[in-house]
Design a protein around this ligand. Sequence first.
Ligand code: GAR
Length: 207
Amino acid sequence: MNSSAKPRLAVLGSGKGSNFAAIADAIAAGALLAEIAVVVSDVEGAGILQHAQDRGMRAEHLPPGRYRSKLDEESERKLIDLLRDVRVDWVVLAGFMRILKGEFLRHFSQRVVNIHPSLLPAFPGLEAWQQALEYGVKVTGCTVHLVDQGIDTGPIVAQEPVPILAGDTAASLHERIQQAERRLYPVAIQRLLHGQVRVEGRRTFAV
Ligand code: GAR
């Protein structure tokens, strides 16, 4: 990346795209200095692709191949080639429900960031808000972290707590966590992209 250029992002998602919309809004407002080069989904017709198209952005459906929880080798290779072609600096996962592994992470080492709907390391994996509700914790939240080879295990960049209220259902709790996500993620991405986060092993520090 040349030093005057804005970092170029690929945003990957499988769902409705509310985090993507918050990121795109933060860019439009000048709060996040970045450019979205491409939006990719493993789910045809996903809301995130529609949001991207509505904003005139490049939106690509990537068929994931033969596995359920990860991309197969061919699909991963296609994704790497696409992101290279559009000269992506950072990969932003926004509800992308496939595990990214070896070769992909080597290509974008320390440049893949994810948002997870719990205070990690509690409740990694699927439907973290439901796990929190069932466990009976009083506080959950969301976590922005760098992606490593594990599942939701990479260095933590930022977290925001969300209290669990007496009348909460899975839907009401997830909605409040998502409100926190939409506040936290664009701010954390801006800090990461612009050298305001130093990573030392598992720990990160504000610069
Ligand atoms: C978000 O709540 C995100 O934290 C979660 O998927 C949702 C996507 O919503 N991600 C995970 O659970 C990853 N393990 P969105 O499509 O509206 O941004």
